[in-house]
Design a protein around this ligand. Structure first.
Ligand code: AMP
Ligand code: ZN
Length: 114
């Protein structure tokens, strides 16, 4: 837990979020500023700054996040077409320094991204 981290504070329920799923390892909640009709953030409860800082001991946790993402996409009705995004580093668009996936869907998603 990093006390100055907004996603840790959501995981600790100190900051409210529209939570979709929670278990011992992870939490999923709706993005505050959605970029698609369905836009969910999925985080590990463990404070990992970014994928580049993940350790081998985090491999199972990262797999759980990805598997939860596909289950959540299915549950929210976008299981056939969705995008899973992980921005690593500020120059790649990362604004919250707690590793997270975006699940985006519900509209046509173009490629390449900007
Ligand atoms: P990134 O730019 O990849 O670091 O993504 C951070 C995402 O977190 C952005 O899409 C924000 O809209 C979202 N976000 C930031 N604060 C909150 C919050 N308190 N509740 C829900 N989503 C948030
Ligand atoms: Zn954190």
């Amino acid at each position: 837990m990093a006390s100055n981290c907004i996603f840790c504070r959501i995981a600790e329920k100190e900051v409210q979020a529209r939570i979709i799923r929670e278990n011992a390892d992870l939490m999923a909640f709706y993005d505050l500023n959605p970029q698609a009709p369905t836009h969910v953030i999925i985080i590990p409860k463990k404070h990992i700054v970014c994928l580049a800082k993940a350790q081998a001991e985090d491999i199972e946790l990262l797999g759980k996040l990805q598997y939860a993402a596909k289950e959540i996409a299915h549950e929210l009705g976008i299981g056939e077409a969705f995008r899973l995004v992980l921005n690593n580093g500020h120059k790649a668009g990362q604004t919250v320094d707690h590793i997270h996936y975006h699940i985006l869907g519900g509209r046509r998603l173009m490629w390449p991204p900007g």
